[in-house]
Design a protein around this ligand. Structure first.
Ligand code: SAH
Ligand code: SF4
Ligand code: F3S
Length: 439
C-alpha cells in the first residue's frame, strides 16, 4: 500500500468555512489524503479564506509567501486557495503567487477531486463558477468516521440582502436553500456517527425555504422535522436576519423541545439613520419589538448580536443610539467590529469616520457588552442547566461542555463521557466560563 498523502487545511472566517473545510477534507480523502496538523509534512496545503474585512487578500498573499521555502524544498507540494478570497480574487491569485496550483470558490468544492488530479498532472486548476448543482450532495462522505458530539450543517448559502458594507452577496452569491430531505439524511448520518447537537448554518439561515415534501419548507418546518430525529438532542441555527424571523420560528422557540434558547440576531446599529444607509430594511424599534415577541415565546432566551461601529457618517448621537439599544436588549454574547471598507460595496464610497473616533466607540461598546455578558453569566450561579459534555478540561478528571445557553461549563471529578447530556448545578462564574456540580 502507498503512504497516504497529507493534507493541511487552514480555515479562516465564519462557521460555514469550518463546515466547508470538513467537506473538502472528506472529498480529498477520496483522493488518498489524510489530514495533518502541520504544513511542514503536507503534500497539499489548502487555505480556506475569508474576505469579510479589509486586508483579507493581503493576509492571504503573505501567508502564501511563507510557504515558498516549503515548496522549493518539495516541488510536489500542491498549494490551493479556497473560500471567499478565492472567489473575489480568482485568477489574480495565480498571477501574484505563481506557486499556487489551485484556486477554488465556495460554490465549486465538489469539483475539488478533479481539480486535484489536474494539479498532479502539473496543470493549474481554477474554478470560481456559481454552478446550479448542489455541491454538498456531490461531496459525499466516504468513511463513516466517528465524530465529536457537536457538528455544523449548512442548510442555506448566499445572500440577497446587499447590506451596504458587506461582501458576502458577491463572494457567496445568491441565496440558495438545500432540499430538506438531504439535510435530514445528513443529520441522521451525523447522529449515527456520535453527534448530539447540530447547528444549522446559513449566511441568512432563517430565510431558509428549501424543497420539502409539500412544497417549500421554512426553517421552523425543517427544525420540527429534525426534532423527530432519534438521538439528536439539540438544535441551533445561525446567522439570522431580523426581517426573516417568521412567526413559526418565533413560536418554535417556545414549543420545540430540542431547539436551544439561544438566538444570534445581528442588528449592526441602533440608529435608524445608519440602519437605512446600511440598507438593513429594519429599524431599531422594529428590532426591539421583535425581541419582545421572541422573549414572550421563550422568556429565558439568551440573545446574541453583531455590531458595526464607525460606519460612514455615524455621529456620536448615532453611536449613542447603539449603546441605548444594547442597554435595552442586554446581550449574553455580542460581536462588535470597526467598519472596514470593502471596495465595490456602496458604503465604500461614503465619507468615512476617523479611525481614532471609531476605535474609541468600539472600546466603549465592547465595555458595555462585556459588562452585560458578565452579569448574565454570573446570574447563572445557583441555577441548574443541562450540559452536553464535549471534552476533558485542563485539570485531571475535569470535563467541559456547553449549557443550553452556550456557556462553557467545567465540572471537576466528573464521571461523564463526551456526548453525555447531564443536569449540572452552577456553583461559580469565571472570566469566560462557569463551574458546576453534576446532579
Ligand atoms: N449574514 C450575517 C452576517 C455575515 S458577516 C448577518 O447579516 O447578520 C458577519 C458580521 O461581520 C456582520 O454581522 C457584520 O457585523 C460584520 N461585517 C460584515 N461586513 C463588515 C465590514 N465591511 N466591516 C465591519 N464589519 C463587517
Ligand atoms: Fe452581509 Fe447583510 Fe447578507 Fe448578512 S444580510 S450576509 S450582513 S449582506
Ligand atoms: Fe468570511 Fe466568506 Fe464567511 S467572507 S465570514 S468566509 S461567508
Amino acid at each position: 500500500m502507498t503512504e497516504p498523502k497529507k493534507l493541511f487545511i487552514k480555515t479562516y472566517g465564519c462557521q460555514m468555512n469550518v463546515y466547508d473545510s470538513e467537506r473538502m477534507a472528506e472529498a480529498l480523502g477520496g483522493q488518498g489524503y489524510v489530514e495533518t496538523k502541520s504544513p511542514d509534512d503536507a503534500d497539499m496545503i489548502l487555505l480556506n479564506t475569508c474576505h469579510i474585512r479589509e486586508k483579507a487578500a493581503e493576509k492571504v498573499y503573505s501567508e502564501l509567501g511563507r510557504f515558498k521555502g516549503l515548496k522549493a524544498e518539495k516541488p510536489d507540494l500542491k498549494i490551493g486557495v479556497a473560500g471567499c478570497v478565492a472567489q473575489a480574487e480568482g485568477e489574480e491569485i495565480m498571477r501574484r503567487q505563481p506557486m499556487v496550483d489551485l484556486v477554488v470558490g465556495p460554490q465549486s468544492y465538489h469539483r475539488l477531486p478533479e481539480m486535484e488530479a489536474k494539479t498532479r498532472d502539473g496543470e493549474k486548476a481554477l474554478d470560481t463558477d456559481f454552478p446550479e448543482e448542489d455541491k454538498f450532495e456531490k461531496l459525499k462522505t466516504r468513511p463513516k468516521a466517528k465524530r465529536g458530539p457537536t457538528a455544523f450543517l449548512t442548510v442555506q448559502e448566499g445572500c440577497d440582502k446587499f447590506c451596504a458594507f458587506c461582501v458576502v452577496p458577491y463572494t457567496r452569491g445568491a441565496e440558495v436553500s438545500r432540499p430538506a430531505d438531504r439535510i435530514i439524511r445528513e443529520a441522521q448520518d451525523l447522529v449515527e456517527r456520535g453527534v448530539r447537537e447540530i447547528t444549522l448554518l446559513g449566511q441568512n439561515v432563517n430565510a431558509y425555504h428549501g424543497a420539502g415534501p409539500n412544497g417549500d419548507m421554512t426553517l421552523a418546518g425543517l427544525i420540527w422535522e429534525l426534532n423527530k430525529v432519534d438521538g439528536l438532542e439539540r438544535i441551533r441555527f445561525t446567522t439570522s436576519h431580523p426581517n426573516d424571523m417568521g412567526d413559526d420560528l418565533i413560536e418554535a422557540h417556545g414549543t420545540c423541545e430540542k431547539l436551544m434558547p439561544y438566538l444570534h440576531l445581528p442588528v449592526q446599529s441602533g440608529s435608524d439613520k445608519i440602519l437605512k444607509r446600511m440598507n438593513r430594511s429594519h429599524t431599531a424599534e422594529s428590532y426591539l419589538r421583535l425581541i419582545e415577541r421572541i422573549r414572550e415565546a421563550r422568556p429565558d432566551i439568551l440573545m446574541s448580536g453583531d455590531f458595526i461601529v464607525g460606519f460612514p457618517e455615524e455621529t456620536e448621537d448615532d453611536f449613542q443610539a447603539t449603546l441605548d439599544l444594547v442597554e435595552e436588549v442586554k446581550y449574553g454574547y455580542a460581536y462588535s467590529f470597526k467598519y472596514s471598507t470593502r471596495p465595490g460595496t456602496p458604503a465604500a464610497e461614503r465619507p468615512q469616520v476617523k479611525t481614532h473616533i471609531a476605535d474609541d466607540r468600539l472600546q466603549r461598546l465592547q465595555a458595555m457588552i462585556t459588562r452585560h455578558q458578565r452579569e448574565i453569566q454570573d446570574a447563572m450561579v445557583g441555577r441548574t442547566v443541562s450540559v452536553l459534555f464535549e471534552k476533558p478540561g485542563r485539570q485531571p478528571g475535569q470535563m467541559v461542555g456547553k449549557s443550553e445557553y452556550l456557556h462553557a461549563v467545567h465540572v471537576s471529578d466528573a464521571d461523564v463521557a463526551s456526548g453525555e447530556l447531564r443536569q449540572v448545578r452552577i456553583t461559580a462564574s469565571g472570566a469566560n466560563s462557569l463551574a458546576g456540580k453534576l446532579l
